[in-house]
Design a protein around this ligand. Structure first.
Ligand code: GAR
Length: 208
């Protein structure tokens, strides 16, 4: 029996050029993801993501990190903004700050992140550089629910790429980002179709 799905409202947080954000926009526009993108939140007034949002007619909320006295003030403002927008799902698409614990807790199960490594390996910054330096033969990306740790939440899906002997950080980044643009929209789609169930550390894919 097919179930009746209401169209989900999603908000995206991005700090940079926003190619993953664009992948979500494109996949909403082509019907792969059944959702409405209600807002882009960015901590960087100059982020290219803003232009992408404007071209797509998506409202933008800039919360300029550098305009706050300290991290707590920024976090408070971000938290309140997120509560006001109140979407079904927040997508961290290259959002380069660690959310405070209160925010992670508030939106537990409603917030996902893309990371350019096969977690739990190479969490944090410069994941691709870490992978090249370590000498791994396989790398990739991970989409996971956000919890209170750094890149530690339950894993939704991962996609792999080979690492070649003459790879540098840039070459590997280029190979991984192509997978990110497939993995993130797929995870968003699964969420929007109520096909993800968190069971402890594991995320079960349902077949609704
Ligand atoms: C992506 O590679 C994303 O996985 C990474 O930042 C890049 C953003 O690219 N995120 C993290 O490293 C978060 N820890 P984009 O702005 O072109 O989407």
């Amino acid at each position: 029996m097919s179930k009746l799905l209401t169209m989900k409202r999603i908000a995206v947080l991005a700090s940079g050029r926003g190619s993953n954000f664009q992948a979500i926009i494109d996949n909403v526009n082509n019907g792969f993801i059944n959702a409405e993108i209600v807002c882009l939140i960015t901590d960087k007034p100059g982020a290219y993501s803003i232009k992408r949002a404007e071209s797509a007619g998506i409202p933008v909320k800039v919360i300029d990190y550098s305009s706050f006295e300290n991290r707590d003030e920024y976090n408070k403002n971000l938290h309140e903004t997120m509560l006001k927008i109140n979407p079904d799902l927040f997508v961290l698409a290259g959002y380069m700050r660690l959310l405070d614990k209160r925010t992670a807790k508030e939106f537990r199960g409603k917030m996902i992140n893309i990371h350019p490594a096969l977690l739990p390996a190479f969490s944090g910054l410069h994941a691709q550089r870490q992978a090249v330096s370590y000498g791994v033969k396989v790398a990739g990306c991970t989409v996971h629910f956000v919890d209170e740790g750094m890149d530690t939440g339950p894993i939704i899906l991962q996609q792999t790429v080979p690492v070649f002997d003459d790879d540098d950080e840039d070459k590997l980044t280029e190979r991984i980002i192509k997978k990110e643009h497939v993995a993130l929209p797929l995870a968003v789609k699964l969420f929007c179709e109520d096909n993800l169930k968190i069971e402890g550390r594991k995320v079960r894919l349902l077949n609704n």
